[in-house]
Design a protein around this ligand. Structure first.
Ligand SMILES: Cc1ncc(COP(=O)(O)O)c(C=O)c1O
Length: 404
């Protein structure tokens, strides 16, 4: 129940034009060309808002995304689309889904192998995209990864395995394999020298933020967005900063205390990213990573407002609040990583010791809160263990989640 928040030190404004409305129209057009595209629901939890004493509480439910139970496919699919467009020398606007998956494109690009490291959601999105294109995907997962998530990736036809490494080490292993075998690395994090594909992934996530922007009947005053490497948080922050240049909502980046690389970077206050190492034991598998995405970090350090860390109990409460809603509020099935933002927002009001944080963040009865439930129950056994039996990482046996 312990929550700590710090303010991002003020940095001169940086570049977020790659997430502006023109780029987002292009990205949105690409996703809308998919036959399985459907805007995910933006749920207004009126009774929860009343209970917490705020004006409104909105949750974007990504469990409905492309039948894959998480937002991640937006990034992988757009990055692969951009890669193929570049290979063909055409604009992404000339490569809608139907053309991208055509025999003509397959023949023109030949046999490709996409490789990635993942705790599950991103790898499933990449595997799904490769399958649409009749191409190959190789997916590496860190130790402690969920069996169900592994099987879901294999069910998309990918070659997937769990390694004895943490998330950041798994990423490095995937990068080595890509280099050795001339595979295409589709990673949801960036580092100096590896930025084109991650930038496209971040733009792909922008579709989720843009849909929320367009569906909201009022301007959010506060956005709670959970972070692993911070690519998603960067996308959400950039899209909203472009949409509201003069009155940007307050952005609060939420991380598990065991893997708080964005928090640690903000705390260092010199604009440079910091790493967290070792086994990151948390139920929030998708957030258990220790090295910030360099592009995401550049956006966050200029435009995010607060970095916040929370415990597994907060994420678990988020899952329960969404899964067992008040009165006629709509039910949202949210996994451990998906519910972190809602859990943090709610705990700030529900736990008396967080009164100071409420004031620090400027939350009051006029607040309009927006959260993103970024996954459904992507590991159903774990979902049930947590929601029914109150199990946390230290009770789950094995190595826990040693990586994202
Ligand atoms: C469900 C879910 N939410 C949030 C995130 C965080 O995204 P990022 O690593 O870009 O910060 C992830 C990452 O895997 C995820 O799977």
């Amino acid at each position: 129940m312990d929550i700590t928040a710090i303010r991002f030190p003020k940095q001169p404004e940086g570049m977020i034009s790659f997430l502006d409305q023109e780029h987002m129209r292009e990205v949105g057009g690409f996703h809308q060309s998919f036959p399985m595209y459907q805007e995910t629901p933006l749920v207004s939890l009126k009774n929860l808002a009343g209970c917490l004493g705020v004006k409104s509480f909105y949750v974007k439910d990504e469990s409905f995304r492309f039948g894959l139970n998480a937002f991640k496919v937006l990034g992988g699919s757009y990055a692969v689309g951009k890669y193929i467009a570049q290979k063909l020398g055409v604009s992404i606007t000339q490569l809608p889904y139907e053309r991208m998956v055509s025999d003509a494109v397959k023949e023109a690009v030949g046999d490709l192998t996409f490789v990635t490291a993942t705790d599950g959601n991103h790898g499933r999105g990449v595997a799904w995209t490769a399958r649409q294109l009749r191409q190959k995907a190789v997916v590496y997962m860190p130790q402690g990864s969920s069996r169900e998530r592994l099987e879901n990736i294999r069910a998309e036809g990918a070659e997937a395995s769990i390694l004895n490494l943490n998330y950041d080490e798994t990423v490095r292993f995937a990068a080595q394999q890509a280099q050795k075998n001339h595979w295409i690395m589709v990673q949801d994090t960036s580092w100096p020298g590896y930025e084109a594909i991650p930038r496209w992934i971040i733009q792909g996530y922008g579709t989720m933020a843009l849909e929320a922007c367009q569906a909201l009947p009022e301007r959010p005053t506060h956005i709670f967005i959970q972070a692993g490497v911070g690519a998603l948080a960067g996308a959400v922050t950039g899209v909203f900063a472009n949409r509201y240049p003069d009155d940007k909502p307050t952005v609060i980046v939420v991380e598990p205390e065991q893997a708080a690389c964005i928090f640690k970077s903000a705390q260092a206050a010199d604009g440079k990213p910091r790493f967290v190492t070792g086994a990151m034991r948390t139920i929030m598998a998708g957030l258990a990573c220790g090295e910030p995405c360099s592009i995401g970090w550049e956006v966050l350090k200029h435009y995010a407002d607060f970095a916040l860390v929370c415990t597994d109990e907060t994420a678990a409460r988020g899952m329960r609040i969404l899964g067992a809603p008040l009165a006629d509020d709509r039910r949202v099935i949210s996994g451990e990583s998906g519910a972190a933002g809602v859990g943090a927002a709610a705990d700030i009001f529900l736990q008396p010791q967080n009164q100071k944080i409420r004031e620090q963040l400027g939350l009051n009865e006029d607040s309009v809160i927006l959260c993103f439930s970024t996954e459904g129950a992507t590991d159903r056994k774990s979902y049930q263990e947590i929601v029914w039996n109150g199990k946390f990482a230290n009770l789950m046996g094995g190595a826990g989640n040693a990586g994202k």
